[in-house]
Design a protein around this ligand. Structure first.
Ligand SMILES: CC(C)(COP(=O)(O)OP(=O)(O)OC[C@H]1O[C@@H](n2cnc3c(N)ncnc32)[C@H](O)[C@@H]1OP(=O)(O)O)[C@@H](O)C(=O)NCCC(=O)NCCS
Length: 184
């Protein structure tokens, strides 16, 4: 894993690299790809509705704010070998039962799912949370029916902690303590 600080502007900074993937900050130039990803009913199956193009732009804007304010957010995932857009993955603050938690999130284009990309990208994000941000706890908020997402969380070392109401519905909370002694 390698990492670099936020740069901003039209020259998006690469934040993480893995054997097969690049995670870099998103910009407005990613709107077409992000609108296709977030507008895909299959990718958004466990969300209230697919996002419109203006909502995808708001998503990009929100993540850029997060980069500036917090030093993290959801990042664009690219396939290193081809430069192809694969999806997004990263870290976002969430309120769960009144407390702030940091969640690892991931969305992979349908055509590229099943290649281990979400696991590979999210593993790098988990390590970034631990080694760069110094976090000691990481969660994932997952619809109980979303088995692929729960599989990814488990492969990251997160375990089911319980269920609560978040984002207007019952969700499974996966969590892990990510202090150095738990390093793989
Ligand atoms: C969740 C998601 C990101 C996984 O992406 P991916 O790149 O395919 O993930 P990986 O290849 O790293 O791993 C997928 C795991 O789910 C499993 N899986 C996939 N489809 C499955 C299904 N229908 N039933 C059970 N397991 C399934 C795979 O077998 C794999 O687990 P394994 O390695 O133990 O076999 C992808 O399915 C996606 O984008 N879903 C829509 C967005 C979403 O729900 N994001 C999470 C929000 S909490």
């Amino acid at each position: 894993m390698s990492s670099a600080p936020h740069q901003g502007g039209d020259n998006p900074r690469t934040v993480l690299t893995t054997p097969r993937l690049i995670l870099r900050e998103m910009t407005s130039a990613d709107l077409g790809d992000m609108a296709a990803l977030r507008g895909d009913p299959e990718v958004m199956r466990y969300y209230p509705a697919p996002k419109r193009r203006d909502e995808a732009q708001a998503w990009i804007d929100g993540n850029q704010q997060l980069y500036r304010r917090r030093g993290f957010g959801l990042w664009v995932v690219l396939v290193r070998a081809t430069g192809e857009f694969a999806g997004d993955c990263g870290l976002t603050p969430q309120r769960v039962d009144g407390a702030e938690e940091i969640e690892v999130g991931y969305h992979i284009r349908v055509g590229l799912q099943g290649n281990g990309y979400a696991t590979e990208a999210a593993t790098a994000c988990r390590d970034f949370a631990r080694d760069v941000l110094g976090l000691r706890r990481l969660i994932a908020i997952i619809d109980p029916a979303n088995i692929p997402s729960q599989r990814v969380a488990a492969k990251l070392g997160l375990e089911e902690e319980g269920r609560t109401t978040v984002h207007g519905g019952r969700r499974v909370i996966y969590s892990a303590t990510i202090c150095p002694k738990h390093r793989a």
